[in-house]
Design a binder for this molecule. Sequence first.
Ligand code: PGA
Length: 248
Amino acid sequence: MARRPLVAGNWKMHKTGAEARAYAAELRALLGRGPLVPEVAVCPPFTALATAAEAFDGSAIAVLAQALHEAPQGAHTGEISAAMIAAAGATGALVGHSERRAAGETDEQVAARLRAALDAGLDVILCVGESLELREAGETRLWLARQLASALGVVAEGEERRLAIAYEPIWAIGTGRTATPQTAQEALAHVRAVAGAKLDGTALRILYGGSVTPDNAAELMAQPDADGALVGGASLEPASFRDIVRAA
Ligand code: PGA
């Protein structure tokens, strides 16, 4: 089964609503009309979500949230529910980004948030990845298997169509130190094999993330198990993001 590539831009804590609107106009113009070969998504901060969803309306570009809380509502100051994300016009969310995990998000929360997103009808990009310490200790495969077992425990067979997994080595995020294509491919193949025990691995999209740029995107995405990219810094400028979409 051919997997359609997915390229998602994670804006992190960048861009106001007005900036999101300007970005959308520019990216839409750069990508032109008509269907895109890869699926394309952007992940604005919560405060720009509704504006971005409106500004990308009618385009082939999806808008996803960067995170969510697992509860449907309640006394969770500063948090956002899956229903709120959907009501803002977003169609999905990142779950378990390493910057969220570093800020205290546990494996249990990642699993609960993944389930809450799917239950609300949102698509999910689940993020996994190892630290430099784990890689140097030779623990990468075990670590990825553990993160996947915990999160995918809440996913049902058949849900791989609404789920993508982003493999993002933490040491490559925002560091300019990209994994080599071979290192990325080894980890991506491992992720597919582990996830394949639970889901249809041939249908599941697995993305590489970590210092993806217009210069390295084509080589990374040419790896047999790379079905696209999750891009941080290089997605903030529409022209550079467009070049990465083209590479896919
Ligand atoms: P980066 O971020 O492309 O800036 O390394 C990737 C990510 O955190 O998703």
